[in-house]
Design a protein around this ligand. Structure first.
Ligand code: ARG
Ligand code: ZN
Length: 877
């Protein structure tokens, strides 16, 4: 059942042209496909095998000859046509499909009455029989016909070449895409939609029409997405030299979508979550998410579409690269350090967790059962870290040389991560990089650990830094080889300034940050002419996706928090200090000792607060304690309740000790003037709301009064939902009314109601499971809508104390939802099932309960491949 990377073979036939005709009708859509095939001379003669799923086959014609049922072989998944004559042939296939019954949301389906598609990874086979693999690239002509009143807008990829009406109230449109593409980039939309329009002139003078299509009523929530698109187009020209290649670029936003968005050629289809925003409906996080995802999908036009993947094992070729590009873009549009801290926080939260569990896999996996399960934080976010390491090792110019060579060599091709690495290597022949060792970042799963210590010798004025690396076994990879780990470091002197960096043997001295390569299991670096005992600032900007444990004293960390020239490491030092304190408290509690919060850390937080006005956005991050989830990853056996108790205790101590400073930070950053989503305005809101949360944690009347006032008077959604989340998390008597008033106001705004579900699912209250269970029957909830499931069920699984309740009730709840979703939408079911994956990290009682739930899912009849793969891996020893 598993597909293996090593089994890749090129197809026996290429498909050069695809002529599709859709006759959209309720009760059955007819799809006629005419394929222009060409024999692949490099492969031995073999039959044509086409993929198909849930298709009703009506006819097959080869050349002009209709085939009888004896002329082809037919299984539920394949149509095999033996013995095609000649080297070039046309075939026509007619199938009937039922988009109106498609709840899996892959292939052609309906969302709020509109037709749309999602073909990546293997959805095209649910539309027509085809070689559904990314290395088959063809030119598409698409005719779409449907009822004119119900579906006034008819869209597909490329350019609109003709359109017309038919007699019976129907109309049609003919689209042609001049660029060859794999079928996963095919898209079709037919619906009752309105659009906003703008234009962009490329640097070589092409005028591009930009349109964003939404359901009527949402046209006032599209401007941020449009501005983000225009900024992305400009940025890609400036930074990568990449220009758009058609006269039209369309985006359609749909409410039912499994993922964030999809980069179909010139017809991106988006989850409404990543398009629709107005200050009163969307949070700052939403605005930033839209900017990032709009950019991401646009950037795919080159990294993914013009150069695509040979097979799905290469997914990170396009995703890792495109995530890195969208991260660079967002860093340039906003605050680079803030963006980096947010990206690393997410990497640790989700990717490190994946790397440490039963679903761990390399950035380039070797095998899969269901490819949809591999759209993972490892392929995306760790993949982006691999790209960042090329950039760190080669520098911006060397990286760009590699990118240019990659496009010069591979434009129009379907290639591999090895091809990408080769381009980087060949464009930088002088770089001192062992590329075979670097390749292990694609091959070895797991997060490397780096430990070490430094020693200063005042007599010789040398500083000797010793680093060791290790990589624990992961499923299927019992032994590992050392990685090439870029270490961007500085040595911070007692005055807080970066000291000179000169390795013994060096002729030149540098100051600031320097990149070393840790290549051995253990390696020492000796710095000479070091004037005074330094504190090493290691992995600046998080130069490699590793877990560091270095022999810092608490005083070293406090010092770095205050003085490191690298903002990431200033933040990091505070996080390390906080983690130490919190885990110490967890241990105290477990041993029956009193939890006493050391004043050193509370003082350091005070110092951060006193400097907060210098950079509010950074201060908000520096004030945020490591999450319960992340702290859990640092423990051998996760103590769910201990972590929760310790974190709350420290939050309360900060709130009480620094009450006055928090109040003035709150007041100083309260909204003034016109609403804006500039990085400065977002930063000030973040600081204000971080202060509010601490004032609430202090559990006195000030916090609750301020929160209620903010909830009642704020107009921007960031402030409203922050206040409501604090209320929802509390036992305040106003809780019920506040939640009810919000639902009454926003019941018709699906995305806003998602927030309402989410904050109730993430509340740390004893009645959370009961509330979540009741909300499943709420009029605004719909288990068929992925956003609703991610908000309510996903929110619940991210709630440590509720989901991991010792009695197993959270696991039982999730098993019920996974079983229910398995029939409706396997992709969503499987995403939810992944929350079980780390069950062995909990105590025996919880493990036993989780195992019961997992086995119940495993024994469900008709288990989808998606869910099967996750559950089976989770249960493997
Ligand atoms: N390529 C899309 C993106 O990252 C994601 C599509 C994922 N779809 C899926 N069914 N797994 O931009
Ligand atoms: Zn992508």
């Amino acid at each position: 059942r598993a597909i293996l990377l090593k089994d890749y073979t090129a197809p026996a036939w290429w498909i050069d042209s695809v002529d599709l005709s859709f006759d959209l009708r309720d009760g059955g859509t007819l799809v006629t496909s005419r394929l222009g095939l060409r024999r692949n001379p490099d492969v031995i003669r073999s039959p044509l095998v086409l993929d198909g799923q849930d298709l009703e086959l009506l006819s097959v014609t080869v050349g002009n000859r209709p085939l009888g049922p004896d002329d082809y072989a037919f299984t539920p998944d394949h149509l095999t046509i033996p013995d095609l004559p000649g080297d070039q042939v046309e075939i026509e296939i007619v199938t009937r499909i039922h988009p109106e019954k498609n709840t899996a949301l892959e292939g052609l389906y309906k969302s709020s009455g509109n037709y749309c598609t999602q073909c990546e990874a293997e959805g095209f086979r649910k539309i027509t029989y085809f070689q559904d693999r990314p290395d088959v690239m063809a030119k598409y002509r698409v005719r779409v016909e449907g009822d004119k009143a119900a579906y006034p807008v008819l869209l597909s990829n490329g350019n609109l070449v003709d359109q017309g009406d038919t007699a019976d109230g129907r109309h049609w449109a003919l689209w042609e895409d001049p660029w060859p593409k794999p079928c996963y980039l095919f898209a079709l939309v037919a619906g009752n939609l309105v659009h906003i329009e703008d234009r962009f002139r490329t640097r070589s003078g092409r005028d591009v029409t930009l349109r964003i299509y939404v359901e009527p009523g949402n046209e006032d929530k599209c401007s941020h997405a449009m501005e983000s698109l225009i900024k992305s187009m400009k940025w890609d020209e400036d930074v990568y030299g990449l220009e758009y290649d058609l006269d039209i670029f369309n985006i359609v936003a749909v409410g039912d979508f499994n993922m964030g968005a999809m980069e179909n050629k010139s017809l991106n289809i988006f989850n409404t979550k990543y398009i629709l925003a107005r200050p009163d409906t969307a949070t700052d996080t939403d605005f930033l998410g839209i900017e990032a995802v709009v950019a991401h999908e646009y950037f795919h036009n080159w990294t993914g579409n013009r150069v695509t993947c040979r097979d799905w094992f290469q997914l990170s070729l396009k995703e890792g690269l495109t995530v890195f590009r969208d991260q660079q873009f967002s860093a340039d549009m906003n605050s680079a350090p803030v963006k980096r801290i947010q990206d690393v926080t997410r990497l640790r939260q989700v990717q490190f967790a994946e790397d440490a569990g039963p679903t761990a896999h390399p950035v380039r996996p070797d095998s899969y059962i269901e490819i949809n399960n591999f759209y993972t934080p490892t392929v995306y976010e760790k993949g982006a870290e691999v790209l960042r390491m090329y950039h760190t090792l080669l520098g911006a110019a060397g990286y760009r040389r590699g990118i240019d060579l990659y496009f010069a060599r591979h434009d129009g091709q379907a290639v591999t991560t090895d091809d990408f690495l080769a381009a980087m290597r060949d464009a930088n022949p002088d770089a001192d990089v062992d590329w075979e060792q670097f390749r292990r970042w694609y091959q070895q799963a797991g997060t490397p650990g780096v430990s070490g210590e430094g020693a200063y010798d005042p007599a010789t004025r040398t500083y000797r830094l010793t680093l060791r690396q290790s990589l624990a076994p992961t499923p299927g990879q019992p032994t590992k080889l050392p990685m090439l780990i870029p270490v961007a470091l500085g040595l911070v002197g007692p005055d807080g300034a970066d000291q000179p960096l000169k390795l013994s043997g060096d002729t030149v001295t540098t100051t600031g940050t320097r990149v070393l390569a840790l290549t051995d299991a253990e390696q020492s670096f000796t710095f000479t002419d070091v004037p005074a005992v330094p504190v090493a600032s290691l992995f600046r900007g998080f130069s490699a996706p590793i877990k560091l444990s270095f022999d810092y004293t608490d005083a070293d960390l406090t010092f770095l928090m205050a003085h490191d020239s690298d903002p990431f490491n200033r933040w990091e030092a505070g996080q390390t200090l906080a983690s130490r304190l919190l885990l110490g408290l967890v241990a105290d509690r477990a041993a029956g000792r009193d939890m006493l919060v050391a004043t050193g850390f509370i003082d350091a937080i005070g110092a951060t607060l006193s400097r907060a006005s210098e950079d509010p956005a950074f201060a908000a991050l520096a004030l945020t304690l490591p999450s319960e989830n992340y702290l859990g990853q640092l423990m051998e056996v996760i103590d769910v309740d201990g972590i929760h108790a310790a974190r709350n205790l420290v939050r309360a101590a900060i709130g009480r000790t620094h009450r006055d400073a928090l109040l003035s930070a709150y007041r100083a950053n309260a909204e003034q003037g016109v609403f804006s989503v500039s990085p400065e305005a977002i930063g000030r809101r973040a600081l204000k709301n971080a202060a509010l949360a601490y004032l609430m944690a202090a559990d006195d009347a000030t916090g609750t009064a301020l929160t209620l006032t903010q909830y009642r008077t704020a107009t921007g959604m960031t402030d409203v939902i922050t206040a409501l989340a604090l209320i929802a998390d509390s036992t305040m008597p106003e809780r019920g009314d506040a939640l009810a008033s919000f639902a009454a106001k926003w019941k018709d705004e699906a995305l806003v109601m998602d927030k309402w579900f989410m904050i109730q699912a993430t509340a740390s209250r004893p009645d959370t499971l009961a509330n979540v269970t009741a909300l499943l029957s709420h009029a605004s909830f719909n288990i068929r809508n992925p956003n609703k499931v991610y908000a309510l069920v996903g929110g619940f699984t991210s709630n440590p104390t509720a989901f991991h309740a010792a009695d197993g009730s959270g696991y039982e709840f999730l098993a019920d939802r996974v079983i229910e979703l398995n029939r409706l939408n396997p992709q969503v079911a499987s995403r939810m099932a992944k929350s079980f994956a780390r069950w062995r990290k909990y105590d025996g009682e919880r493990q036993a309960a989780a195992k019961v739930a997992l086995e119940r899912v495993a024994h469900t009849p008709d288990l989808s491949r998606d869910v099967y793969e996750i559950i089976a891996r989770s249960l493997e020893a």
